[in-house]
Design a protein around this ligand. Structure first.
Ligand code: ADP
Ligand code: MG
Length: 256
C-alpha cells in the first residue's frame, strides 16, 4: 500500500510545533510581515526582539489568528489554522497568549478568571476546572489571592494570574507579547521567574521581550525583526556577542 505523508505527519516527524511559511501581511499600504519563515520546535523557547513597529505583536497575533494573513501558511502541531468556528476556538486554545496589558475579566474573581476558559472552551466540568485553577495559581505563586478581584492585585500578581489562565487551557505553545513592559520594575522579576520555570518545565514558548537577561538565560534562539522581516536568527550567546547584521548591531547598541 502506498503512503502519502501528510503535513501533520511531517510536522510530527520534524518536531516543529509552530511553522510559518512565506507569511505576508499588509495593513493597507504597510507591508507589516514580509515573507516570514519561522519554525519553533517542541519545547523550544524563542525570544523575538526588534525595534518598535517592526511587526513583533502582529506576528504573535497571526499565530493565534487574532489577525489574518494575506498569503503563506501557519500550522500549529501540523494543523493549518482554520478560518473560523469551533475548530478555530479549539486551535486557539492550543495557543496560550499573554499580553502586555493583563486583560483579566475585572468583574470575575482570580479563581473564576482561571476557570472560565476551561469550562467554556475545553468543556471541563466545574469541579475539575476549579482544582486545576487552584493548582495553577499555586504554581505561579498567587494561590492566596484566588478569591480576590484583579484590581485588588499588584500588576505582577495580575500578570501571573494571566499566565495561569493561559496555562489552564493546556496550550501546546505559549505566546508572550512584552509581558513585563507594563509592570513596575520591582515586579518584573516575579513574572520572569514564572516564565523561566515554565521554560525549564519544557513549555514551547515564543516571547517578545526587551528583557535581555531573560533572553540570555531562557532562550534557545533569538529572532531579530526589523521592518516586518526576520533579519537575523541565532543562539543568544552568538546574537548578543556577535550580531551579524548592521540593524541588529544598531539595535543592541541602543538597548544594552
Ligand atoms: P511591534 O510589536 O514590533 O512594535 P506591531 O506589530 O505592533 O509592531 O506593529 C507593526 C506596524 O503595524 C506598526 O507600524 C503599526 O503601527 C502597524 N499596525 C499594527 N496593528 C495595526 C492595525 N490593526 N492597523 C493598521 N496598522 C497596524
Ligand atoms: Mg508590540
Amino acid at each position: 500500500m502506498t503512503h502519502v505523508s501528510t503535513a501533520k505527519e511531517e510536522a510530527a516527524s520534524t518536531g516543529d510545533l509552530v511553522a510559518l511559511r512565506s507569511v505576508d501581511k499588509h495593513f493597507g499600504a504597510l507591508h507589516v510581515l514580509q515573507d516570514i519563515d519561522l519554525t519553533i520546535a517542541r519545547g523550544e523557547v524563542v525570544v523575538v526582539i526588534g525595534p518598535s513597529g517592526s511587526g513583533k505583536s502582529t506576528l504573535c497575533r497571526t499565530i493565534n489568528r487574532l489577525e489574518t494573513i494575506d498569503s503563506g501558511t501557519i500550522t500549529i502541531d501540523g494543523k493549518p489554522l482554520p478560518e473560523e468556528g469551533r475548530q478555530l476556538a479549539r486551535l486557539r486554545a492550543d495557543v496560550g497568549m499573554v499580553f502586555q496589558s493583563f486583560n483579566l475579566f475585572a468583574h470575575k474573581t482570580v479563581l473564576e478568571n482561571v476557570m472560565l476558559g476551561q469550562i467554556k472552551v475545553r468543556r471541563t466540568d466545574k469541579r475539575q476546572a476549579e482544582e486545576r485553577a487552584r493548582a495553577l495559581l499555586d504554581r505561579v505563586g498567587v494561590g492566596a489571592q484566588a478569591d480576590k478581584y484583579p484590581a485588588q492585585l499588584s500588576g505582577g500578581q495580575q500578570q501571573r494570574v494571566a499566565i495561569a489562565r493561559a496555562l489552564a487551557m493546556e496550550p501546546k505553545v505559549m505566546l508572550f507579547d512584552e509581558p513585563t513592559s507594563a509592570l513596575d520594575p520591582e515586579m518584573i522579576n516575579e513574572v520572569l521567574e514564572v516564565m523561566q520555570q515554565l521554560a525549564r518545565d519544557g513549555m514551547t514558548m515564543i516571547v517578545v521581550t526587551h528583557e535581555m537577561g531573560f533572553a540570555r538565560s531562557a532562550a534557545n534562539r533569538v529572532v531579530f525583526m526589523a521592518d516586518g522581516r526576520i533579519v537575523e536568527e541565532a543562539a543568544p550567546d552568538q546574537f548578543f556577542s556577535n550580531p551579524r547584521s548592521d540593524r541588529a548591531k544598531d539595535f543592541l547598541s541602543k538597548i544594552l
